[in-house]
Structures are given as structure tokens and as C-alpha cells.
Write a new protein. Structure first.
Length: 231
């Protein structure tokens, strides 16, 4: 299976300005996903791995780290409302005429840097022999479920999502949930082009620990990540 890896890194992040370049243990945040892509290339899991960005500073940083930056992402695919589908299709349209077809696309978001490449390679092996169109990474959540979830009402009260919220249901009775953590997405190219979706309804699982699942979206996430990664 020929898989194209994409490290998506737009420049207009709002929660943490310039977060893809934020310092984490002496390296820009994006460096860790670039290194993951490099290791997956070396192992043969990926056929090619690129950085897709609309930002010239990020592009220069990525190239200084040895990343493959074959183009600048168009601004229409780098807005706050643009979905992953836009930059994935742009990358396929730009690269497939010269590279030949790719069987699948792997997304390595810079905001989730704590990945195990051996686990990824093993999961991709399962994915290749499966009938599923997608592979996603998740962590196991033992507590959070709809029994402890409420929707806020305009009058300041809370509306329970589950009518059993106050019936004393034990954690062991509702069982665990697998929560998507954003660290890894792999989807067959044919599925992307046919459906316009990046995740199918029955994806293959790559389970990661909760600590590995830090997703840098807010300033406190960055503080937590530094505490975990920087010795």
C-alpha cells in the first residue's frame, strides 16, 4: 500500500498564536510530527511524507528540519472553517500526477506529538489487510460518558443528556469508551474521493494511552505537554 503522509500546519491558529512553531523542549512543536513522518518513511510505512502549510515561516522551519515541502497550501484550504478534506484533496491533486496514485493518506497533526512509530506501523499493517476504509487513534476513557454530560440552558440550569444521570449507575456498569485523540488518521484515497469524508463508520483502532493523547489546542495543553516531554 502506497501511503502519503501529510503534516498539516496552517499559520492562523487562534487558541495559541503560531502554535506549530511553539517551543517544546528546545524544538518547534511541528518538529516531532516531522520526525514521526521521517521514521515511518524509513520503515517503509509511508511512501512519501510532506508538510502542507500556507505559512512561509512554517515552511522555512519545516525545510530547515529536513521536511518535504513541495508546495504552499492555498488560502482557501487554510481558513478557520476549512476542513481536512480541502488540504488532503489539494495535496493529492498536486502530487499524484507526478508521483502516481496513493492508496491512502495519513494525517500527522503537529498538535499531537506523542506517538509511537512502531505501534503506528503495526496498526497500518492491520489496516492494510482489513476491509475498513479508515484507521484512527483513540484513548480509553473509563469515566466520561453521557451519564456525566449536561447541556447548558439559557436560564443557567443544566439539561442531562442521559435520563439515568442521577440513578447512581456505577462506572463499571457503563463500560469504557474509545475517544478519538487526533494523533493519527489513515484513510483510503478511494474512500476520500468517493465520499468526501476522512473517517469511515467502522475504522480500525490504534489505541494510545491517555498521556500520549495530549492535543495542543489551548495554552494549558502546551504547559502540560512541556511538563510531560521536557526532562
Amino acid at each position: 500500500m502506497r501511503i502519503l503522509g501529510i503534516v498539516p500546519a496552517r499559520g492562523g491558529s487562534k487558541g495559541i498564536p503560531r502554535k506549530n512553531l511553539a517551543d517544546v523542549c528546545g524544538q518547534p512543536l511541528i518538529a516531532y510530527s516531522i520526525e514521526t513522518g521521517r521514521q515511518l518513511l524509513t520503515s517503509g510505512t509511508l511512501a512519501r511524507c510532506i508538510v502542507s502549510t500556507d505559512d512561509h515561516e512554517i515552511a522555512a522551519c519545516a525545510m530547515a528540519l529536513g521536511a518535504d515541502v513541495p508546495f504552499m497550501r492555498p488560502s482557501a484550504a487554510a481558513t478557520d472553517t476549512a476542513k481536512a478534506l480541502a488540504y488532503v484533496l489539494h495535496a493529492l491533486d498536486a502530487l499524484e500526477p507526478q508521483d502516481g496514485g496513493y492508496d491512502a493518506v495519513m494525517l500527522l497533526q503537529p498538535t499531537s506529538p506523542m506517538r509511537n512509530t512502531e505501534a503506528i506501523a503495526a496498526a497500518v499493517g492491520r489496516f492494510e489487510t482489513s476491509k475498513s476504509d479508515s484507521l484512527i487513534s483513540c484513548y480509553r476513557e473509563e469515566y466520561i460518558n453521557d451519564l456525566v454530560m449536561y447541556d447548558p440552558h439559557a436560564d443557567g440550569t443544566l439539561i442531562p443528556r442521559n435520563p439515568l444521570h442521577n440513578k447512581g449507575v456505577r462506572r463499571q456498569e457503563h463500560g469504557p469508551a474509545m475517544v478519538r485523540n487526533g494523533a493519527l488518521y489513515v484513510t483510503r484515497t478511494s474512500y476520500i474521493k468517493e465520499t468526501g469524508s476522512m473517517v469511515c463508520d467502522r475504522p480500525i483502532l490504534l489505541e494510545m494511552s491517555k498521556l500520549e493523547s495530549v492535543d495542543v489546542d489551548a495554552p494549558e495543553d502546551l504547559i502540560f505537554l512541556r511538563a510531560l516531554m521536557c526532562k
